[in-house]
Write a protein that binds this ligand. Structure first.
Ligand code: HEC
Length: 161
């Protein structure tokens, strides 16, 4: 028994060493996932936003699965891509906004400038993410698309291994 545990520990630490020597390649979804969860890019850049928050991503308010949450008593909607792109659009009672379906382009306007597809300004509880470049926005929206898949848990990231 002891020997078996010892072997297991050796195997785990060898895996750890291998991982340290070969960092996981950085993929586009990895960039989107990190921005979503942690507010930092895959290259480690903190994404500037109008709240001056550092190291905090969309997940803090919209939930780790993107299906919505509450922040300071204000509802943060479901931002999975399939929900945002719902052809019926949405009515947000709390902020008294009604808007048609989002597209990739109008999601960018909401994230960077806080404007919904009807031209309404989003509540100021939603930060304006001014530090995202074009590629970051594409990666982030790809991740919102990945989160749309039913019952899919976000894949664990290299930083959690
Ligand atoms: C501090 C909390 C907070 C964080 C962090 C945050 N949001 Fe929001 N977000 C909100 C709130 C609250 C609203 C609703 C605003 C309203 O109804 O006027 C919102 C609205 C939105 C909307 C509009 C949804 C709709 O149906 O109209 C999008 C898109 C969005 N957020 C994307 C993001 C993304 C992407 C990130 C990360 C880069 C993010 N948010 C980070 C709080 C947050």
């Amino acid at each position: 028994m002891r020997a078996r545990i010892g072997l297991a520990i050796t195997a785990v630490s060898l895996m750890g060493l291998a991982a340290a020597g070969n960092p996981a390649p950085v993929s586009h979804t990895d960039n989107g996932r990190r921005i979503f969860l942690h507010g930092t890019t895959a290259a480690g850049r903190i994404v500037q936003n109008s709240h001056g928050m550092e190291g905090v991503g969309c997940a803090m308010c919209h939930g780790e699965d993107g299906r919505g949450g509450m922040m300071h008593g204000i509802p943060a909607p479901n931002i999975t891509f399939s929900n945002l792109a719902d052809p019926d659009g949405h009515e947000h009672e709390f902020s008294n906004r009604r808007h048609p379906a989002f597209t990739r382009e109008t999601i960018k306007a909401a994230v960077v400038a806080g404007i919904d597809p009807a031209g309404n300004a989003l509540h100021e509880e939603m930060p304006r993410w001014i530090g995202l470049n074009g590629a970051d926005l594409e990666d982030l929206i790809d991740y919102l698309q990945a989160l749309s898949k039913p019952h899919r848990r976000p894949p664990p990231g290299p930083e959690r291994m």
